[in-house]
Design a protein around this ligand. Structure first.
Ligand SMILES: C[S@@+](CC[C@H](N)C(=O)[O-])C[C@H]1O[C@@H](n2cnc3c(N)ncnc32)[C@H](O)[C@@H]1O
Length: 262
């Protein structure tokens, strides 16, 4: 309850500091907002994935959840229904579709997701660029097995699923994939862990890489981690949508940070 109240306070603070989408002057950011964020195209995969989400919301299968992350604020129970995992841990459709549009626009070749959960965002990302490869990592074995069934159902052959703890599997992933073109970090929302993942990933970025961090205002610690990320020397542009923070590395004359109400 206190966590929730603090998040509401952080949202109010964000809301008054942020600008609305239509009032941005930076040309790149304006185009990004117009073409990607506000784009209302109903891409072919949105409907089927939305129907799948609805099916999951009715699914009472109980899965064992191994908690490697910041812990759950809603339940300490290690056995949870799929419907409950969906409600509490999976990104809403709005953000999953935004991830799709980013990937569909930029066509990153090597993509990484830390935090597969039921596999919904993984499928949006993978379907947005079938020529690319998405490496998606999940620590909870039963959740990973459940997600795999979804990948098979939707024929997501470009997802390479890795079951393991982020810290344990990341070194090997980054040795095998020297360059990461897109990453969505959505698991273990702790300050030190988020900074650690960023510090590892940043050694593998190029000018076109885009890194997306989820829940950057989830806690004071996550806000500190976001400060670390956006102030890093190699980050030239950051966009804070409250629920997600997006960072870019392309060359530009001066660093810019934007807070946008989405
Ligand atoms: C917020 S959920 C991911 C939701 C998913 N991206 C979506 O929106 O469809 C985070 C997932 O990361 C996993 N996770 C958290 N910390 C982890 C860690 N340190 N190593 C491996 N998996 C972890 C959790 O088990 C959980 O399933």
């Amino acid at each position: 309850m206190i966590q929730l109240l603090l998040k509401v306070c952080r949202f109010i603070k964000f809301y008054f500091r942020a600008t609305s989408v239509r009032k941005v002057h930076s040309p790149f950011v304006y185009e990004f907002l117009e073409n990607i964020v506000l784009n209302k195209t109903p891409y072919y995969i949105f409907k089927p994935l939305d129907s799948y989400r609805k099916l999951l919301s009715l699914n009472n299968t109980v899965l064992n959840v191994e908690d490697y992350g910041a812990g759950s604020t809603y339940s300490k129970n290690t056995n949870r229904k799929v419907a409950s995992i969906l409600r509490h841990s999976v990104k809403p459709r709005k953000y999953a579709e935004l991830l799709f549009r980013m990937v569909q626009e930029w066509k990153p070749t090597t993509m990484l997701e830390l935090g597969t959960s039921l596999g919904l965002t993984s499928m949006y990302i993978a379907k947005a660029n079938k020529e690319g490869k998405l490496i998606s990592v999940e620590g909870s074995h039963e959740i990973a097995t459940f997600a795999r069934k979804g990948f098979e159902k939707f024929d997501c052959s470009n997802i390479v699923q890795i079951v393991g703890q982020f810290d344990e599997v990341l070194p090997d992933i980054l040795t095998e994939n020297k360059r990461i073109d897109f990453a969505f970090v959505d698991g273990n929302h702790q300050e030190s862990a988020t900074i650690r993942y960023f510090d590892r990933l940043v050694k593998h970025v190029n000018q076109d890489t885009v890194l997306v961090f989820d829940d950057i205002h989830w806690s004071a610690g996550m806000e500190n981690a976001w400060e670390h990320i956006k102030n890093h020397d190699s980050v030239t542009l950051s966009i804070d949508l409250f629920e997600m923070g997006i960072v870019f590395f392309f060359k530009r004359n001066q660093k810019e940070h934007h807070l946008i109400r989405f």
